[in-house]
Design a protein around this ligand. Structure first.
Ligand SMILES: O=c1[nH]c(=O)c2[nH]c(=O)[nH]c2[nH]1
Length: 330
């Protein structure tokens, strides 16, 4: 292919940043522990590659160093088939292996960014006590997802691999409490119409991300050592549980004053748990999905007192959005 544009030297423009890859790579992996007892994971994966020598693919139409996005997709599927089952079943371990693969295999790929989204499949439980767990039958019991973002980069003259980002998360976890949430004593001026409430509905879709502490420098076997030394599934479950606990139990006191205060308690509780010591910082984005009492005065019915109302209108938009990141002090 010939380039029709000006050459790099004569161009008044500079390529300032670039990366390319495949998004929405989907897969389901079945692990057959026995012919009938299975584990499954369903992932949506994205890869993004970059490195200075790939600039010519943009500026000169030179594809000679381009690892095709189709090949990136094939690599994800190959690793899903060939990695040890315990690594594929854990989204963090799978993302680390994919991210390290590209800058390890290709000397000119300096950086790989990977995102893995894990969709929820739970083993079907047919009796209340959960004793009767189906061996290879699963249910999509909610839209919540685990997420992982990893960045692997070559460092130094020996191009050793460093992991410069390992961020896990939880998103689309839809929660609602029908009481035990307040919002009052906020700034009032000529723009204020909101009534103060001591009790209201609080609903949110939790978006939570947490960063793992990482060694500053690259080191041989960094991915192996991260995989061996972290209980990623245990940490994900601890953070999910503490998020649910704070959401449910924060009915009174300072942490119940607002979504802001509840969010802060969620974050500090997660960081305080000894099992989460490997987590450096945690951030939440909590929409405040509004439900407003419906006026039924036309029928002679009182339904407008926030703590006595029984029929509410879910509001599609707008919603509040409360965000914060909390880290450990140095
Ligand atoms: O918890 C809340 N925080 C706010 O900042 C806010 N603003 C608002 O209108 N409602 C709420 N609720």
């Amino acid at each position: 292919m010939t380039s029709s544009g000006p050459t790099r030297d004569s161009s008044p423009f500079a390529l300032q940043s670039f990366s390319y890859g495949k998004s929405l790579v989907r897969l389901l992996r079945v692990v057959r522990h026995t012919p009938t007892h299975h584990h499954i994971v369903e992932y949506t994966v994205a890869t993004l590659l970059s490195g200075p020598s790939l600039a010519s693919s943009y500026t000169e139409g030179d594809n000679s160093l381009v690892v095709a996005t189709d090949s990136q997709k094939n690599t994800v599927h190959f690793l899903a088939k060939t990695l040890p089952p315990e690594e594929v079943l854990c989204p963090e371990k799978f993302a680390l292996r994919i991210a390290a693969h590209f800058p390890t295999k290709y000397a000119h790929i300096e950086k790989c960014e990977v995102e893995v989204v894990s969709h929820k499949w739970s083993r079907i439980k047919l009796d209340e006590a959960g004793a009767n767990e189906e061996e290879h039958s699963f249910v999509r019991d909610g839209e919540e997802k685990r997420t992982v973002q990893v960045v692997a980069e070559q460092q130094g003259s020996d191009k050793a691999i460093a992991i410069t980002k390992l961020q896990s998360g939880l998103k689309d976890l839809l929660l609602l409490k029908s009481g035990g949430s307040a919002f009052h004593s906020f700034l009032r001026d000529e723009f204020t119409t909101l009534r103060e409430v001591n009790d209201r509905i609080f609903s949110t879709a939790v978006d939570c991300r947490y960063d793992y502490a990482l060694p500053a420098a690259s080191s041989a076997g960094i991915v192996d050592s991260l995989i061996a030394s972290h209980d990623f599934d245990g940490i994900a479950s601890s953070i999910r549980q503490s998020t649910l606990r704070i959401f449910s139990h924060t009915d009174t006191g300072a942490a119940a004053a607002s979504v802001q205060a509840t969010l802060h308690l969620m974050a500090t509780t997660a960081l305080s748990a000894p099992e989460n010591a490997a987590v450096d910082s945690i951030e939440y984005a909590l929409p405040n999905k509004h439900y407003v009492p419906i006026d039924l005065k036309w029928a002679g019915l009182e339904n407008m007192k926030e703590d006595e109302a029984e029929v509410f209108l879910p509001q599609a938009d707008p919603s509040g959005l409360i965000k914060a990141k909390v880290g450990r002090k140095a």
